[in-house]
Write a new protein. Structure first.
Ligand code: NDP
Length: 283
């Protein structure tokens, strides 16, 4: 009876559709963040990317144009689901006031804020006994404080507007495992903190109807990993051999899980860490 009159495919797809929703994503100019920003916009959300200023070779401008032309052709075809807009907002996730202000401006302009993806992050390696204090603090500030400030910024607006929003923190499989010879003590520590942050926030914000989850990708081929791989011969093959699928992941392979967490298909999911690692930890 519950299904009477509804088309199953339509019902299933609507769990991933985000028409009229508004999203804030950090670090959306390239890599995983860019794919997630595009996916959210393609699902109908208006997406704001909080990022450092784009470089001339950034894919960002191309992507913004792509979203606009996609929406135009969908409207022309009379599609029910039309891509949302993608807008860039300049900011640094370590600046708490700035991040809060940006979320407030978006919520005032759009009248809502439904989704936040705290994705901005950096990776640096240094031997644990030599790790320079400033480098360590900088990484923790971007990866951990930045994730908290972004979640706070969105959570404050969701609470103010009474929106049952979804906050997604991009963690890493490095938050719960490590690998020999990587010297990623700061990075691994930061991502363990992010997984626990999502759990803690889910308890505090769940009572307000706001969900918080983390996503832990395995090795994904982006600028971040390319920088590391280029300095270590043979590592590409080594990493690929560490999961049963025998390869690194692509940034677009994070789209589905984030769309699911952002939308109505996951309304009873909070405090979870969703692992997308090609089976790395099962191998
Ligand atoms: P990239 O280095 O390709 O992209 C990171 C993005 O974050 C860039 O847009 C960067 O901006 C932005 N950023 C960095 N610092 C700041 C800051 N202070 N304020 C605002 N934006 C900032 O990385 P990935 O796409 O690979 O990684 C995205 C997330 O996924 C990170 O949190 C990473 O730790 C995580 N992850 C990645 C994995 C992988 O294998 N690639 C695996 C597991 C997790 P700019 O372009 O200006 O530098």
């Amino acid at each position: 009876a519950a299904l009477a009159g509804s088309h199953p495919a339509e019902t299933a797809l609507s769990q991933f559709a985000l028409p009229g929703r508004v999203a804030l994503i950090t670090g959306g100019h390239r890599g995983i963040g860019l794919e997630i920003a595009l996916a959210l916009a393609e699902a109908g959300a208006n997406v704001y990317c909080l990022d450092l200023p784009p470089t001339p070779d950034s894919d960002w401008l191309k992507v913004q144009a792509h979203a606009a032309s996609l929406a135009q052709s969908q409207r022309a075809q009379g599609n029910l689901l039309v891509a949302g807009k993608l807008e860039y907002v300049s900011g640094d996730v370590t600046d708490q006031k700035k991040v809060w202000d940006i979320a407030e401006e978006i919520a005032k302009k759009e009248g809502r804020l439904d989704i936040c993806v705290a994705n901005a992050g950096i990776l640096r390696s240094a031997e644990c006994l030599e790790y320079p204090a400033e480098e360590f603090r900088k990484l923790i500030d971007i990866n951990v404080s930045g994730a908290l400030f972004s979640a706070q910024a969105a959570g404050r607006q969701m609470e103010r507007l009474g929106i049952p929003g979804s906050i997604i923190l991009i963690a890493s499989m490095s938050g719960s495992m490590t690998n020999k010879d990587q010297h990623w003590v700061a990075y691994n520590t930061s991502k363990a903190a992010v997984i626990q942050m999502a759990r803690s926030l889910s308890c505090e914000l769940g009572v307000k109807g706001i969900r918080v989850n983390s996503v832990s990708p395995g090795y994904i081929y982006t600028q971040m990993t390319r920088n590391f791989l280029s300095k270590n011969d043979g590592l590409d093959a080594d990493w690929s051999s560490q999961n049963p699928l025998g390869r690194l992941g692509r940034p677009d392979e994070l789209r589905g899980v984030v769309l699911w967490l952002a939308g109505d298909g996951s309304t009873f999911c909070t405090g979870s860490d969703i692992i997308v690692d090609g089976g790395h930890r099962a191998w």
